[in-house]
Design a protein. Sequence first.
Length: 313
Amino acid sequence: MLVLLTTALAECLVVKGVDAGGATLAVRMDDGRVTATGQVSSVGCTVPELPTGAVITPGLVAVNSTIGLSEVGMEDATVELIGDGDPIRPTLRVADAYDPASVHVPVMRLGGITSAVLNVWDGLIAGQSGWVRLAGATQAEAVVAREVAVVGSVGGRSRALQLDRLAEVMEEARVYAANKGKVTANAFREFPEGLSVRDLEALGPVARGERPLVVGADRASDIEAVLRMGQQQGLKLVISGAAEGWKVREQLAATRTPVIVDPLVYGAGSFDQVHGRPDNAALLAEAGVTEDALPNLAPLAQADYVHGPNPRH
């Protein structure tokens, strides 16, 4: 069983165990940061007692997670992810709804997961993803970042309309940024229906390519269309899902677009995943596509370490 080091923020902590090859290994952390590995001194440090044969691994990160946002999927009263019918809401910060007391948090910690990227998907632009540490007992302790990326999805009906609307929204965000003074003075044209000034302000960093836009898309043709739109708009894209990503892996690699794949998609789980296959991730990796990581997020987890005799990851 994997156990999260709840004492990771002690002034000095030394964790001793074995690596994947069975060799003795120790990791020293000072003020929550890893400062040494291998044969290290534990003088003056806290040394927690671990199970025999404990294996030390980096803290795992759950991406595209809904932990702390949903308790019982079939009970609406416990689910924070139900949309309000607004397809464009970039100001929504999903981390504001994170519940660190969720019953799922300790379960994920026992599985070696120390942090998570929270996402919500119901909408063309569903909101802002957030980054949380699972060791935090309150939102103040747990939430590391409330505005990590803007997330949305393309698929189902009216794909062409969705992509056209997405491009329009990005263009309007740039128009707003260039005319803020006139907008404030009420001397500028009205923006398209469904777009508020707050929406356009929140989309500014995305439209400028400064903040990632995570787009959920499984079908190969959808991924192609999103990549094309992203290049035209100068966006920093991340494709989430990508069940048929292997079919367009050269394009993903050429555009240096990261993907977040679902390892549980082995085949045709839906009409958008007709050509899904179990070696999708391997084929993407062979093509040089960056997988399972959101840009610039990994450093946030580098000080988290977990241990246990039988790691499942």
